[in-house]
Design a protein around this ligand. Structure first.
Ligand code: WT7
Length: 638
């Protein structure tokens, strides 16, 4: 890319050698080509880079919009492309996964070894009666078996539903119930900061009310004593020793539009929604975005430090790296355990070339000072990445200077569980502005609009929307297609004109150079340390406690975590407020939803600001908490 265009503000240009080797050298040409012929370009990419059992008849079917279909009639299996096809080449002996436990346990698996484990566990699942289309809940820490279990499901056409190991009883129960899973794959526990998270115990509690589950398969990670329910619970390592763990399991031939996984995410109502992704479009989208944005080459060592339990982990720990045939690192534990240089130690020892993490982690590690990273040789790094929330320029610059040694461009990728892959992001050739996710990925047609849906002027804030479909987009909310339409498509679409607009739920502005600055959520979603939480989930956990009559929660800014939760509770008659009750309520939310959802502060109040129709005005609470103007109060009850 040439530097002819004079850019405003502080700009960081990519080094020449990075530009020279970029997998996609000409962003603008590719973007324009894709906007001009979306189906044609994606069709070409899908054909050139993947093996299909049978070709598709139609690349993009818009006839049922917003229920879009991609590669209609095509036969494929994402696991065939992520594993099976590599076994025919020298890549069979290449390391697919370098795993490191928090206690420094080490394991690595070649493509051959990983494919074999996946085959064997897929056979076990089949023997347990799991069939094509069945849902399997996976609830585990960051261990290779989570990847093996996900891929084994996909291989036999089962639909995995991974629940993040940081969620707790009620959250897990709801997700098992909603997906009607017959099988749960879990572990006895997981290591975090030298302590054991008792996953199996949480599963046992969640299953008390989930009669659909017939089988629980338990990976032994910590070796601590756990309860094993006779007739229901089986050890993974024992099953894998039996003849049913057959390494000859065939890969199911799937329709491109067959479901691959469900992933629950928080929205504006209490009930979490199951975002559904499919084999064909998702495969094409995640691999292409990773290849172009992080510029991965055969010899790279890629480390996405997210958790496989979130979309970042699904797309960029499990599927995309394997589709590209690269070597990945997975680390089990906390970034500051036993010392704040654990990550930098991992980068050095494994020779990581591309590191992808979240602003909250960067800010957290930045607090420990430069000495920790400085004692490590981080010269293997070539590119860096950020995801989850806007990255503040201060953290961006620290990451750039101290971790990247001023050599490594930072890819600030904006996307969502729903989008499946990166949507607004630099490429290695893009001049960077700290805090901006820069430009749409090629072919992604975004706009920033006002209340009426009209584009806003440069530098003005508005709703971030997407105007054209993309292959890895969500297909629906599992079991609730109406909610899918309402949540994402109703606000700005004009179906009578055949116009469908995807609403992201974020606000953003575009500067005079066309750079996009994502501001944050405009709905009742709060990002705590990059984790997505709905106000309603936390509020319903609070009111499920006998002391609480009503509750409202808001996000307030926090230097490290981005936002933290502040809760307001009206107590039931006769209940006295006390510091002990605050602690009890925090623990209660931790038990119901998960430790990440615990409010940082709880205030007991007599009343909550409500509209005349009875809706809590969180906006007013937030303004009060931040000492800001309360804005238009005309709808307030009194
Ligand atoms: C929300 C989606 C996509 C993987 C992780 C999050 C926020 C995400 C960025 C970014 C500013 C960002 C948005 C978005 N977000 N990445 N680079 N800059 N904001 O997935 O849990 O579905 O959350 O995260 O608010 O809507 P998710």
């Amino acid at each position: 890319m040439s530097h002819q265009q004079e850019l405003h503000g502080e700009v960081f240009y990519p080094p020449e050698h990075i530009v020279a080797q970029a997998n996609l050298p000409d962003y603008e040409a590719q973007h324009q080509a894709m906007l001009a012929d979306l189906a044609g370009e994606w069709g070409r990419i899908a054909e050139e880079n993947f093996e299909w059992f049978a070709p598709w008849e139609k690349t993009l079917d818009e006839s049922q919009a917003p229920f879009y279909k991609w590669f209609v009639g095509g036969k494929v299996n994402i696991v065939h492309n992520a594993l099976d096809r590599h076994l025919k080449t020298w890549r069979r002996n290449k390391v697919a996964l370098i795993w490191e436990g928090e206690n420094y346990d080490q394991r690595s698996l070649t493509y051959h070894q990983l494919a074999r484990e996946v085959c064997r566990f897929a056979s076990v699942l089949r023997a347990m009666g799991v069939q094509k289309g069945d849902r399997v809940t996976i609830y585990m820490g960051r261990v290779p078996e989570i990847m093996i279990a996900m891929l084994a499901c996909a291989k036999i056409g089962a639909v995995h539903s991974v629940v993040y190991g940081g969620f707790s009883v009620e959250a897990l129960h709801e997700r098992i119930e909603d997906s009607q899973s017959k099988v749960v794959v879990t572990a006895d526990g997981a290591w975090l900061r030298g302590k054991v998270v008792q996953l199996k115990k949480i599963v046992d509690e969640a299953l008390l009310r989930s009669p659909t589950v017939q089988t629980v398969i338990v990976v032994k990670r910590t070796g601590e004593d756990v309860h094993m329910e006779p007739g229901r619970d089986l050890w993974y390592h024992e099953l894998m020793k039996l003849p049913i763990a057959d390494a000859g399991c065939h890969t199911e031939i799937m329709d491109a539009e067959d479901p691959l996984f469900l992933l629950y995410t928080s929205g504006t109502t209490g009930k979490p929604k199951a975002i559904l992704h499919t084999h064909g479009g998702y495969m094409v989208g995640v691999a292409t975005t990773l290849k172009w944005v992080f510029d991965l080459k055969e010899e790279d060592t890629w480390w996405c430090a997210a958790d496989p339990g979130w979309i970042t982990g699904h797309s960029y720990i499990v599927y995309a790296p394997l589709l590209l045939g690269v070597t990945s690192v997975m680390y089990e534990g906390a970034p500051n355990h036993p010392f704040p240089d654990r990550w930098w130690d991992i980068v050095e020892r494994h020779g990581v070339t591309v590191l992808y993490t979240a602003p909250t982690a960067i800010r957290g590690l930045m607090r420990f000072g430069d000495a920790w990273p400085n004692r490590h040789d981080l010269s293997s790094l070539r590119l860096l990445g950020s995801v989850g929330e806007p990255i503040n320029p201060e953290a961006w610059k620290w990451y750039y200077r101290v971790i990247g040694g001023e050599r490594c461009p930072i890819m600030d990728t904006w996307w969502q569980t729903e989008t499946g892959n990166f949507m607004i992001t630099p490429l290695p050739v893009t001049p960077l502005k700290p805090g901006s996710a820069t430009k749409p990925f090629p072919g992604v047609d975004v706009e920033i609009v006002d209340e009426e849906g009209d584009p806003v002027a440069a530098n003005e804030e508005g709703y971030l929307i997407v105007k054209r479909p993309w292959p890895a987009m969500l297909r629906t909310i599992y079991g609730d297609p109406d909610r899918y339409v309402k949540q994402y498509w109703e606000r700005f679409s004009e179906p009578e004109k055949g116009k469908f607009i995807y609403m992201t739920g974020d606000s953003a502005r575009r500067d005079e150079d066309g750079y996009i600055w994502v501001i944050g959520r405009v709905d009742d979603v709060i990002k705590v340390s990059g984790y997505r939480l709905g106000t309603a989930e936390i509020e319903s956990a609070l009111v499920s406690h006998p002391a609480v009559a009503e509750a409202a929660v808001i996000g307030v800014p926090d230097e490290v975590r981005g936002s933290v939760i502040k809760a307001y509770c009206i107590l039931r008659a006769g209940v006295e407020p006390s510091p002990r009750l605050v602690e009890e309520l925090r623990e209660h939310v931790g038990h119901e939803v998960g430790p990440i959802a615990k409010p940082s502060s709880i205030e007991f109040v007599e009343k909550l600001p409500k509209t005349r129709s009875g809706k809590i005005m969180r906006r007013v609470l937030k303004a009060r908490a931040l000492g800001q103007d309360e804005g238009d109060l005309s709808t307030l009850e009194e």
